[in-house]
Design a protein around this ligand. Structure first.
Ligand SMILES: [Zn+2]
Length: 821
């Protein structure tokens, strides 16, 4: 398939104007395809020129342009050429489309729990032509009318309220213009719950097999939704413009969620079927708020081209966390710091880093790789800095003006800057250049001499950007108690901050307000294990991020980081922090960085500590759950874990429910302490979609040559494997304790991965390339193989990006080992 380029899109937008789509779908059959008939009314500014319509069918059956047949055999690469256009046109495209199984296009899932069929459409980023013919680019917006025939007993929802005609077919009509990439439809025997708030219908959907879990969570979900709607109305001064607000939890969804106007789709593990941590509730709440922010940022006003996707994602990320922190019980900035910023910091230090705005995406396929930690977390952190710099009034007045000027249209960075300038913002060009148009992160280093603190700011290597940072600088005593704090605007290479105290520990951004690497000297690192317990939550998040970055930069020995991290785990009351650090310790620090000879002892210390935390925690709390999960992942005592499955005593308050049981089963499989028959019995006891994913992971985790051979075969050759089972298998393949067993597959990865594009595409291709990378083979030979692969000029852009990023992670491990042993 050819991916549309920015230049092609600009040319087509100049030539065509779309007046409306009528899409008729027949979903009554039970074969692998469905009938899609699209009627498009559109204008052409210069009929002498030709154009094309995007369509990716199983079989194109009949096309007419203004009543004249168009030869279907001229279709190539997902494009059907259109010639002989008039000023005003009607195009009718009839096709057989294939249901998808990779989460893009019209996805079809058979629920293993009850055999029910569920469909949902995912059009992002360029998948709309997989279910209807269209001019697929963000700035050709049009009203829509969907007519859907489907089996009796099904529910249908989409971008407009669905009504049922006398003949049983469903009609959804949206008079407001939509971009193709956020058109959607859900259809199937979904379980639905309808409420109302402020005159807006709020509807939740999930598969029937998740009904009891959705029912249990419905009140919490409705309350968060209503509170967020109120807050967005207050902030934006523009009412929610899309009619009803449906939130559908759908199976095998690739992203966390998708902001289709009127009908947000979420991945359905967000309907918790077992106990969840506070962090998981917080992530779900901020996801709800994030998608709702898109109803304005992205859906009401849409970026013209993917190079301005920050206008969607950075705003949704910032506002999602801000609104959640303001109106729900969740302290979202802690989760933002420990999870999201860490993701963005990693991305911003890689060779693939790019500016927040104007990422340069020349075509749609390339743009997909920029939905990363930079477009989300860095963009959000940068907007937070801008809010502090402009002041709340100017910041919000600019946003309101932007919505007023561009409602239901498209806009670019220049349009938003113009709106802020009109609202009174000064000096935006310099700020934009510093924060939006340059990449990498500054390093902030506090130095203290005789009561005077100087904060040094170093730009990223190879650049001269000198950004201003609005931060709070604070000093802490040996027990971590704050003894002085001072707001500061850091400008230039060194800024003096009159803190009045000289302490070993000074944190240059103690409230986690900016976007920078915080560097500590050796004395501070030595002081931190004793001090972290006294710190407030946000300074402790700053320390945790600084620690992970210092390890990755080979500035901090993994052994020293282990002491800091264990000290945090022992006292932190946040299950977000405990969950993230426990996983980082098992999988990254111990799994990759520590010398092999020290791993068992370190894992044992981690396991003992986490079991202590779980035992001391409030019974049934999120903290207890996060600690128990971490314990299971670090535990080498297979007898004890087998005992837990058989009903032996667990810490008071711990319940071995469905998901925790799978955590234990996964660990036993990794240790080689579970045979195939036992695994089959576990799978038989949980015949759910998630159960199938866990079972697939467990089979690939086993330290057994045949298990690894079968897993590799699935990763590289099985085009029909459901996407989440595939991700689970790829993630399970490389285990630190199984290096010898998987050694032959290191060379095979580099020999075979380029050809994966023959059977996979889009998200799935990029993810599998990343997950299947031999991360446990951290040696110079793997670095060489990575460089040789990247030197090829025939790699799919998604594969290239994944190999480049995974290779950077591996190179850092090799550098650390060379320095610290
Ligand atoms: Zn988003």
């Amino acid at each position: 398939m050819r991916s549309i380029t920015r230049d092609e899109a600009a040319e087509r937008a100049e030539l065509l104007g779309v007046d409306g789509y009528q899409v008729a779908l027949d979903l009554t059959g039970d074969g692998p395809t469905f009938t899609s008939r699209t009627r498009i009314r559109f204008r052409c500014a210069d009929p002498r020129r030709g154009s094309w319509v995007d369509v990716k069918p199983h079989r194109l059956t009949r096309v007419t342009l203004n009543g004249t047949p168009v030869p279907v055999e001229t279709m190539a690469g997902g494009r059907l050429p259109l010639t002989g256009l008039a000023e005003s046109n009607e195009l009718v495209v009839e096709a057989q489309m294939a249901y998808s199984h990779d989460g893009e296009g019209l996805h079809r899932h058979i629920d293993p729990a009850d055999g029910n069929v569920y469909l949902y459409a995912m059009s992002f980023l360029d998948a709309a032509p997989r279910w209807f013919a269209c001019f697929d680019q963000p700035d050709l917006k049009a009203p829509y009318r969907f007519e859907v025939r489907c089996p009796d007993g099904w529910t249908v929802a989409g971008n407009a309220p669905a009504t049922r005609g006398a003949d049983g077919s469903w009609l959804l009509e949206q008079a407001r213009p939509l971009s193709t990439y956020f058109t959607t439809l859900i259809a199937g025997p979904y379980h639905s719950i309808r409420t109302e708030h402020d005159g807006i219908a709020l509807v939740l959907h999930a598969r029937a097999s998740l009904a009891e879990h959705l029912d249990r969570d419905a009140a919490e979900l409705a309350q968060i939704t209503a509170d967020c709607l109120d807050e967005f109305h207050r902030l934006f001064g523009v009412r929610y413009p899309w009619g009803e607000y449906h939130q559908a939890f759908v199976p095998e969804f690739n992203a966390g969620a998708m902001e289709n106007p009127g009908c947000v789709t979420f991945r359905d593990p967000l309907v918790f079927r077992s106990r969840a941590t506070d962090a998981e509730h917080a992530v779900r709440a901020s996801t709800i708020a994030h998608e709702m922010a898109h109803m304005w940022f992205g859906d009401l006003v849409t970026m013209r081209w993917w190079d301005d996707l920050w206008l969607n994602e950075s705003f949704a990320e910032y506002l999602g966390h801000r609104v959640c922190d303001a109106v729900t019980r969740h302290r979202s900035w802690v989760e933002f710091g420990i999870v999201r910023k860490a993701w963005g910091y990693t991305a911003d230090r890689r060779p693939s880093t790019h500016p927040v705005a104007g990422n340069g995406a020349a075509d749609a396929a390339t743009a997909l790789s920029d939905f990363d930690g930079i477009s989300y977390a860095k963009g959000a952190a940068v907007l937070r800095q801008l809010g502090a710099y402009l002041g709340e009034d100017v910041f919000l007045a600019g946003l309101r003006r932007y919505f007023a000027d561009h409602a239901f249209g498209n806009a670019s960075l220049a349009d938003l800057l113009a709106a802020w300038t009109a609202a009174g913002a000064a000096d935006l060009p310099a700020w934009t250049e510093q924060w939006l148009q340059s990449s990498g992160l500054d390093t902030l280093r506090a130095e203290h001499v005789d009561g005077t603190v100087t904060v040094h700011c170093e730009p990223p290597p190879g650049t001269h950007a000198l950004r201003r940072h609005a931060v709070t600088v604070a000093a802490f005593d040996a027990a971590g108690r704050q003894v002085a704090q001072q707001p500061a605007l850091l400008a230039g290479p060194s800024t003096s901050v009159p803190l009045g105290r000289s302490e070993q520990l000074v944190i240059a951004d103690s409230l986690d307000e900016t976007w920078a690497k915080i560097a500590f000297d050796d004395a501070a690192w030595r002081a931190l294990p004793a001090a972290v317990g006294g710190l407030d939550p946000l300074p402790r998040v700053v320390v945790c991020n600084a620690m992970r970055l210092a390890v990755a930069d080979a500035e901090l020995a993994p052994q020293a980081a282990l002491e800091v991290a264990l000290a945090v785990l022992a006292i932190d009351p946040s299950d977000a922090v405990v969950g993230v650090l426990a996983r980082w310790l098992s999988e990254v620090l111990i799994g990759r960085y520590l010398p092999s000879a020290e791993c068992d002892t370190a894992a044992e210390r981690l396991a003992v500590l986490l079991l202590d935390v779980a035992t001391a925690a409030v019974p049934g709390s999120g903290l207890q759950l996060a600690a128990v999960r971490g314990y299971v992942r670090a535990c080498a005592d297979s007898d004890r874990l087998r005992g837990w499955l058989a009903g032996a005593a667990v810490p008071d308050g711990v319940v071995i429910d469905t998901e925790l049981r799978w955590e234990v089963v996964r660990r036993l499989a990794t240790l080689g302490a579970l045979d195939v028959a036992q695994l089959d019995a576990e799978a038989a006891a949980d015949r759910s979609t998630q159960g199938a994913v866990h079972a697939a992971a467990c089979r690939a985790l086993r330290p057994d040559a045949e298990a690894k051979r079968a897993a590799w075969q699935t990763i590289m050759a099985d085009a029909g494997c459901p996407n989440y089972e595939l991700y689970a298998i790829a993630n399970a393949f490389w285990q630190p304790s199984q290096r010898e067993l998987t050694a032959p597959y290191v060379e095979r990865y580099f020999a075979e991965i380029a050809d994966l594009a023959a059977i996979r595409s889009g998200w799935v291709l990029a993810r599998v390339s990343e997950y299947a990378y031999p991360q446990t083979a951290a040696d110079p030979r793997t670095v060489e193989l990575t460089e040789a692969l990247l030197a090829r000029d025939d790699l799919d852009p998604g594969v290239r990006r994944s190999v480049l990023d995974a290779g950077d992670d591996l190179r850092r491990v090799v550098a650390s080992r060379q320095k610290f042993g």
